[in-house]
Ligand binder design. Sequence first.
Ligand SMILES: [Zn+2]
Length: 181
Amino acid sequence: MQRIYFTALTPEQYIASEAHRQVRADIICPRCGKGRLHGHGTYGRGITGMVGQLRRLLVARFICLVCGHTVSYLPNFAFAYRIVQVATFEAFLDGKIDRVDVQRWQTVLADYRRRMTRFAVVLVRTVGCGFGRAPPADGGAVWPWLKGACGGLESATRLLVAQFRITLFRRYQCHQPAEVS
Ligand SMILES: [Zn+2]
């Protein structure tokens, strides 16, 4: 299972200070709601930095001794399964196309936006008025809606996973709790 972990650090700061070592896991396993979580190493993945350079991020991972599942804590500056950091995509959506990081990843960012637009109907249907602000009638205005309701893309991403178990791009199995058996 994957959780989004709040941090005020940038990817560079997070990596340099080895902040994955400081991650505090949930007290009780968020998947089964029964076991305690124990440290279970890390996994590495890519993340883009401030000027778009590729960096290696270590993500803290824990294991539940009751259900046996692992729970990883992805810092909120990163998207699940996507390499470009959230702040760069936010700048792209805001039209800051002269930024170096945006320019470097423009093709990928355009793809992110296409995916977001394609998924908007499901996203809007899932969240509804759950952010205290009426969602857009069509998919096109998803970003202004999220920005107005959540303040920014990092908090929107974090709240979407925490409250609605969904991302901007799709619904992932790793954000769902255990199936009821
Ligand atoms: Zn568990």
